[in-house]
Design a protein around this ligand. Structure first.
Ligand SMILES: [Zn+2]
Length: 597
């Protein structure tokens, strides 16, 4: 396949990062602790649509309201309070969190605001008990550099994390309040990124800067990256829920491909004389009365003609993802259906050629028309087909503005793109001034570049230094290399990078540091500790302890006498072949020289 020319396509990409801060909650003193034990209590609520705050018609709001949702909140008596339940006004802003964001802002060369006003942003998916998320602008006009290119960071915000979704069944959703209110720093870049690889690099760079503050949470789920992608003929698409940085290039590539594919569909529909159609939903149940197909047997079946869509249902938009896959996703999202069946894939699934003919007759299909079938009750069947009709009509216009959810490197429809967020001042929170004194008190950590230089000065190669700076073990590396002075920092760095996450390797380093085990045996030692074994026991079991001085002298004397006439180098070779990992090379050399004298 020819390489995609992203500049020619007008690729514009931006990153938005949400990183949890390692402080207490933003508007109460509850710990920012995610829990997996059974919650103590639950409370069930319906979404309150406050007319004034929903304002004019917002497609995202309508989409959610249509679903008549019910929300159950799980909480813990000892780590949640009335603030998370929205039964008490928020407490004053957590100043530790504000300081952490100011530090990040300074690292990103942004300009702190003079004062901070807490705002309410309407949220309608039930993930906030209050119906809004509290957010505040802390700094503006920063930037980050990636490979010498400057990527703008127009805004840096502090906000509260939403409740954690536990499960969703029909119109009911369960959330847990452990995550609600955890402070987040939100960093959004300008759409200055112009290639899939660069998107990953920028996200990586910002993540490194945030970790350098030492004030952010670590581990799975504590950082979330969203990616915005558009091409010149397409639209700006928000991709949420990126699982790992490694997925970013693939996600951007696929999104470009998807937008190109949708543009091609638009042009093809135009050529075929497509015009907007109303969903003519027909009950096709009688056609399948005697069908043996498991997917329709004993179910109600509804069908709809989709004019001019023949062969477009199977149009590939992403790797292993067709336009029909998109429609199935919509049916699942709005009606909880497990799938749809369209004319480009039938006969299949036990639906026969005769069945297809009968459906075509019933729906009065013409040349170049397609059809969609769903097996569902009447309410959900009609709901799904109406939304599918809407999506097909939109295809004639090209790429619809929407929010998509990452699933590996492909994306699935999530919701329409909300209009620009309406925000209202949080009247329960006073303005917070950012004083010169506050800013002066912030001590900035070395930048990743400065760290890298520092590590290179300790004897790490450029690549190894870079890996440590980017890793989650940088802090450990700094403290271990101070503690174990006689182990080379490069040995410590490699061992840390190779060790499984969470394993404390200091007992192993201690054995090497005190010359009891050779540094060459460190890998084996750490490998043996994986199952929870003590370093000493592993060394004993695997015979990793070095020889005592007397024993070593004896061995060398016998090697020397067995190789009469050989020079120091030759004897050294023989000796090390036998003693590697059991004795220090310099000590062996000294003893050989002594014996030869
Ligand atoms: Zn609380």
């Amino acid at each position: 396949m020819p390489e995609t020319d992203y500049a020619k396509l007008g690729l514009k990409c931006g990153i938005e990062i949400h990183q949890q801060l390692d402080t207490k909650k933003l508007f109460c003193s509850c710990p920012s602790q995610i829990r997996d034990d059974t919650p103590h209590s639950t409370i069930t609520r319906k979404l309150r649509a406050v007319a004034g705050e929903l304002g004019d018609v917002d497609p995202a709001a309508l989409h959610e309201l249509l679903k008549d949702r019910e929300f159950t909140y799980e909480f813990y008596q000892d780590t949640n309070c009335l603030v998370e339940l929205d039964d008490e006004p928020p407490h004053p802003l957590n100043m530790d969190a504000l300081e952490a964001v100011l530090e990040a802002a300074l690292l990103l060369k942004a300009k702190p605001a003079d004062e901070v006003q807490v705002m309410r942003k309407t949220v309608i998916d039930g993930s906030n008990t209050s119906g809004f998320q509290r957010t505040m602008l802390v700094a503006t006009d920063g930037h980050v550099e990636s490979n010498g290119k400057r990527i703008g960071i127009p805004t840096i915000c502090l906000e509260e994390d939403a409740a954690r979704i536990i499960k969703k069944e029909g119109n009911k959703t369960w959330y847990r309040l452990d995550r609600l209110g955890i402070p987040l720093v939100e960093i959004g870049t300008d759409p200055d990124i112009s290639s899939p690889q660069e998107a990953k690099e920028v996200a990586e760079k910002i993540g490194m800067l945030l970790r350098a503050t030492g004030k952010v949470k670590r581990g799975l789920g504590t950082i979330r990256q969203d990616v915005n992608v558009s091409i010149r003929s397409g639209e700006r698409i928000e991709i949420k829920g990126v699982q790992t940085l490694n997925d970013i290039p693939g996600l951007v590539e696929n999104e470009v491909k998807r937008q190109q594919g949708l543009v091609e569909m638009r042009d093809e529909l135009k050529k075929r004389g497509f015009s907007e159609f109303a969903p003519g939903i027909i009950d096709a149940t009688p056609l399948f009365k005697s069908s043996e197909s498991k997917i329709v047997k004993g179910k109600k079946v509804f069908g709809m003609r989709v004019p001019r869509f023949a062969r477009l249902m199977k149009k590939e938009l992403m790797t292993n993802y067709r336009f029909g896959t998109e429609l199935a996703g919509i049916a699942k999202e709005v009606a909880g259906l497990n799938g749809i069946f369209h004319s480009d894939e039938l006969p299949a699934y036990g639906i026969t050629e005769d069945d297809v003919k009968n459906v075509k007759n019933l729906l009065k299909l013409e040349k170049d028309d397609a059809f969609v079938l769903v097996a569902a009750d009447e309410l959900n069947g009609k709901r799904a087909l109406s939304e599918i009709a809407k999506r097909c009509n939109t295809a004639a216009k090209g790429v619809p503005k929407e929010v998509r959810r990452a699933d590996g490197v492909i994306t699935r429809f999530m919701r329409p793109l909300p209009g620009s967020a309406r925000m209202y001042p949080e009247t329960d929170e006073p303005l917070v001034r950012i004083t010169k004194g506050m800013l002066a008190a912030i001590k900035l950590p070395p930048t990743p570049e400065e760290r890298k230089k520092e590590f290179e000065g300790m004897g790490l190669g450029s690549e190894l230094a870079n890996q440590i700076v980017k890793s989650r073990v940088m802090g450990e590396f700094i403290s271990l290399s101070k503690e174990f002075r006689s182990v080379k920092p490069s040995v410590i760095a490699s061992a840390l990078l190779a060790a499984p996450e969470g394993l404390d390797i200091s007992p192993a380093l201690s054995l090497v540091d005190s010359n009891k085990v050779a540094k060459e045996s460190l890998d084996v030692l750490i490998e043996g500790m994986k199952g929870g074994k003590k370093a000493e026991d592993v060394a004993k079991e695997k015979g990793l302890f070095m020889m005592g001085e007397a024993e070593l002298k004896k061995r060398i004397a016998s090697i020397v006498s067995a190789n009469k006439g050989a020079n120091t180098g030759q004897i050294m070779g023989k000796a090390m072949a036998e003693l590697r990992g059991k004795a220090d090379a310099q000590a062996v050399k000294n003893l050989i020289e002594e014996a030869l004298r």
